[in-house]
Design a binder for this molecule. Structure first.
Ligand code: IMP
Length: 179
């Protein structure tokens, strides 16, 4: 069993590079079929989705563009705590079919924020592709159309996902080792 130490924590390999690649092949095939003859704008959510977005996008053969946005935290002027703002919009996405690309959907709070913004921007359709999904942590009712892997509610790293900024470069996915 492959193990890796990141800062103070030990992780064990959970989903191999080959399993990830095979699954992305299947997701891309589904998307290529579902959107045959149509045009789509992929919207990757930084930072975590950069690797999944690249691997997925390479396999897309329909007419497509890709763009990235980032959720930036800033302190609100009121005492309501941290507010997240989506920054980096550089495509006119009005009336476009959008596929949001996420690395992981956990509670769904981030995704809801993104979907709300897309609705405001009057896109013509929204689908969601996520490499990982934690169904037990999900608190929203947003449909997820393309899911790589349903996983337990444990902390994972690798393939774009970080622990305190590290481990995004790992080619496979690791989960926190049980003590
Ligand atoms: P949500 O808003 O709770 O769905 O969380 C979404 C974001 O939290 C993801 O885009 C990740 O950046 C981060 N996140 C959630 N779970 C994990 C995890 O297991 N490992 C690393 N990051 C995670």
């Amino acid at each position: 069993m492959k193990e890796i130490q990141i800062l103070d924590k030990t992780f064990t390999e959970f989903i191999s590079e080959k399993e990830i690649s095979d699954r992305i092949d299947m997701l891309a095939e589904q998307i290529n079929n579902d959107y045959k003859g149509r045009e789509v704008v992929f919207l990757g959510i930084l930072n975590g989705a950069f690797l999944f977005a690249a691997e997925l996008f390479k396999r897309i053969n329909i007419k497509a563009k890709i763009s990235f946005v980032k959720l930036a935290s800033y302190e609100g002027t009121k005492s309501s705590g941290t507010i997240k703002e989506l920054i980096g919009w550089n495509e006119d996405i009005k009336n476009q079919e959008i596929i949001v690309i996420e690395d992981i959907v956990d509670t769904g709070v981030t995704l809801e924020r993104i979907v709300d913004e897309l609705v405001i921007r009057k896109v013509s359709g929204i689908k969601v592709a996520t490499l990982l999904f934690k169904p037990d942590a999900f608190t929203k009712k947003i449909p997820l159309h393309y899911i790589g892997f349903n996983i337990p509610n444990n902390f994972v790293i690798g393939f774009g996902l970080d622990y305190d900024g590290y481990a995004r470069n790992l080619p496979s996915i690791y989960t926190l080792k049980n003590k």
